[in-house]
Design a protein around this ligand. Structure first.
Ligand code: ADP
Ligand code: MG
Length: 262
C-alpha cells in the first residue's frame, strides 16, 4: 500500500478535488483505494455523500484510543473506502500537542495496515495549515502530491511546501518522504499567465510536474454539492478526462522501478 498525502498549506488550491477524484479514478481502474479525510472541514467526506460523527474519524486513533483500521467504511463505490472526517477533528490539534509520539501515530497505524494487503493505495486529504494533522499526514506518507493553482502566488506556496518536506525529512519523523508529483489545477487556457506558471514549475521541477493539467471547469466545482465524484456527475466531461489521465500518469509513475522521484 502506497501512502500519498495530497498537501499544500494553501487553502483553495484543489487538494480535496484532487484527493477525491484521483481516488475515484484509481478505484475505477481496479486499485483498492483507501481515502482518509484529515481536514476538519470534511469536504471530501461530504463530497462523497457521507456523514459521520467525531468518533468515526481518525481522531480516536490519533489519540491512541482506537485503531484506524476500525474506522474504515465503504463509500458505496467499488474499490473505494473512506475514513471520514468531521469538524470535531479540529480538536485534535490541541489534544495531540500533549503526547510525545503524536506526530507519528498515524504513521504507525498505516504501517500496521500495510502487511494486511487490503489496499493498493491510500490517499490522504490534508487541511490547509501546518498543524498537527498536516504534519501527521506528512510523517505517515510515502509520497506527497502537491496540487498547485495556476497563479503566480501559487509559486510562493510551492517554495514553502518544498521547505516543509525538507523539515519533515530532517526532523527524523519521515526521512523517506518523497515528492511524488506536482499537479497544476484550475487551469484556464485563455490566459497566458496560467501557461507561464505551468512552464515555470516545469523549469524547476521537470520530473515532478504532471503532464496532465486540471482545467478550471464548473462541473468539477459543483460535483461535491451533488455528493458525486466527477465520474458520477459528468463522466464524459473535461474534468473527468483530466482526472482519468492524472490517474493513468500516477499508475505509470508507480509502475516504474524504484522511487519515482528523488
Ligand atoms: P482545497 O482542498 O485545496 O481547499 P478544493 O479542492 O476544495 O481546494 O477547491 C477549492 C474550491 O474550488 C472548491 O469549491 C472546489 O469545488 C473548486 N475547484 C477545485 N478544483 C476546481 C477546478 N478544476 N475547476 C473549478 N473549480 C474547482
Ligand atoms: Mg480541502
Amino acid at each position: 500500500m502506497k501512502v500519498v498525502a495530497v498537501a499544500n498549506q494553501k487553502g483553495g488550491v484543489g487538494k480535496t478535488t484532487t484527493a477525491l477524484n484521483l481516488s475515484a479514478a484509481l478505484a475505477l481502474r481496479g486499485q483498492r483505494t483507501l481515502l482518509i479525510d484529515l481536514d476538519p472541514q470534511a469536504n471530501t467526506t461530504s463530497g462523497l455523500g457521507i456523514e459521520c460523527d467525531g468518533e468515526g474519524t481518525v481522531y480516536p486513533a490519533l489519540l491512541g484510543e482506537a485503531n484506524v483500521r476500525d474506522k474504515i467504511i465503504p463509500t458505496g463505490r467499488e474499490n473505494l473506502s473512506l475514513i471520514p472526517s468531521h469538524m470535531d477533528l479540529a480538536g485534535v490539534e490541541i489534544e495531540l500537542a500533549r503526547g510525545d509520539d503524536h506526530l507519528t501515530r498515524l504513521r504507525t497505524h498505516l504501517q500496521g495496515l500495510k502487511p494486511n494487503d487490503l489496499f493498493d493505495v491510500c490517499i490522504l486529504d490534508t487541511p490547509p495549515s501546518l498543524g498537527v494533522l498536516m504534519t501527521s499526514a506528512l510523517a505517515a506518507a510515502d509520497e506527497i502530491l502537491i496540487p498547485l493553482q495556476c497563479e503566480w502566488f501559487g509559486l510562493e506556496g510551492l517554495a514553502k511546501i518544498v521547505h516543509v518536506i525538507d523539515q519533515i525529512r530532517d526532523s527524523g519523523a519521515n526521512t523517506e518522504l518523497k515528492l511524488e508529483g506536482i499537479v497544476m489545477t484550475m487551469f484556464d487556457g485563455r490566459t497566458n499567465l496560467a501557461k507561464q506558471v505551468v512552464d515555470e514549475v516545469g523549469n524547476y521541477f521537470p520530473d515532478a510536474l504532471y503532464r496532465t493539467v486540471i482545467p478550471r471547469t464548473i462541473r468539477l466545482g459543483e460535483a461535491p454539492s451533488y455528493a458525486k465524484t466527477i465520474f458520477e456527475h459528468d463522466p464524459t466531461g473535461i474534468g473527468a478526462n483530466a482526472y482519468a489521465s492524472l490517474a493513468d500518469e500516477f499508475l505509470t509513475r508507480h509502475a516504474a522501478v524504484g522511487p519515482v522521484l528523488a
